[in-house]
Design a binder for this molecule. Structure first.
Ligand code: PHE
Length: 336
């Protein structure tokens, strides 16, 4: 029956005449009380459940095509742009459904995982001031670590800049809330970096922040392990000492990807390990900057680049693809 609908769809799309009689016959044949469409809608209840969705979509597409065609033929009849081909400025058929961008797909997956353990989503501006992006995060002016995150400034007011990470959202949230705090900060960030297959001046991050009494490094580790297990199906992780001005101690997280295929060797450089995020225990100086009692509370934070995670999950080799919006790339994510 599905094939029959496809055949009818082609017939409808190809149908063309200026003969009023024939248009009326076409209308009755498809749209009449005993017409083809009603007949299909009646048969719908007998379609097996697992085929209902596809069947429903197809008859609706057919219905849409019939109505479009009737409009087109009737208008052609009365307007001066009537031509054999109809109105060339009308949208093409079939009308395609769009799909989510891979960055949003993966962002939503990450949010769902952390939501299941109590995290909420927080938001903040992309155009930031120096205080929220740097100074309050223990990165005062002239701190050498600012070199790691050069950005775009406004010439007339160097206090205004494009945020380099979504840690700025965490500062804003802490300014207005007392612990317990459990938030995720997803969003677009900017860095003054050359564009290549591996780096881009615009990308997306998702950062997390957890503050309460007695939060320890063990809490951080097990939350991240939960996350890698849920997202990649991989629970083996390791934490390497690292440095961020706003966390102490700080670590990079590697997940054990395995060495089961040639690609695994390539992306892990033969080690089996892949770096996926930075993290650490919030430096008490940061808590003091936002008036949270550092004697009473402690917390952890983590941050990752979403593009990197998408590239790992779907074996994509070039970060620039995310920003070109080529439909041939995007439509591959329709079924994800
Ligand atoms: N803000 C850091 C960055 O953008 C990532 C990070 C977040 C590291 C939280 C540690 C803790 O590089």
């Amino acid at each position: 029956m599905l094939e029959k609908i496809d055949e009818l769809l082609v017939e409808v799309v190809d149908f063309n005449t200026s003969d009023k009689e024939k248009i009326e016959q076409f209308r009755i044949r498809f749209n009449g009380k005993k017409g083809i469409l009603n007949d299909f809608f009646e048969k719908f209840k007998d379609v097996p459940n697992e085929q209902k969705k596809e069947f429903g979509q197809k008859i609706n597409a057919l219905k849409q095509a019939v109505n479009l065609k009737l409009d087109e033929l009737k208008n052609a009849d009365s307007s001066s742009i009537s031509s054999e081909k109809g109105d060339l400025t009308k949208p093409g058929f079939p009308l395609e459904l769009g799909s989510r961008h891979p960055i949003n797909l993966v962002k939503n997956k990450i949010i769902d995982i952390f939501k299941s353990i109590g995290f909420a989503v927080a938001d903040g501006p992309e155009i930031e001031d120096d205080l929220h992006n740097f100074t309050a995060l223990n990165l005062p002016e002239y701190h050498p670590a600012r070199d790691m995150q050069d950005t775009f400034y406004i010439e007339t007011n160097p206090d205004i800049l494009l945020r380099t990470h979504t840690s700025s959202v965490q500062i804003r949230y802490m300014e207005n809330h007392q612990p317990p705090i459990r938030i995720l900060a997803p969003g677009r960030v900017f860095r003054n970096e050359a564009i290549s297959s591996r780096s881009h001046c615009i990308f997306h991050q998702i950062e997390g922040l957890y503050i309460d009494e007695n939060v320890s490094f063990a809490d951080l580790k097990q939350s991240i392990q939960f996350f890698t297990t849920e997202l990649f199906g991989k629970s083996k992780i390791r934490m390497r000492p690292s440095y961020f001005p706003f966390t102490e101690p700080s670590a990079e997280v590697d997940v054990y990807w395995g060495l089961n295929s040639e690609t695994d060797y390539k992306i892990t450089k033969g080690t089996g390990w892949l770096e996926i995020m930075g993290c650490g225990m919030i430096d008490p100086a940061v808590l003091q900057n936002v008036n949270i009692d550092a004697e009473k509370y402690s917390g952890y934070a983590f941050g990752m680049g979403i593009e990197r995670i998408v590239m790992l999950l779907y074996q994509m080799g070039d970060i620039r693809m995310f920003f070109e919006n080529d439909v041939r790339m995007l439509e591959q994510f329709k079924t994800v």
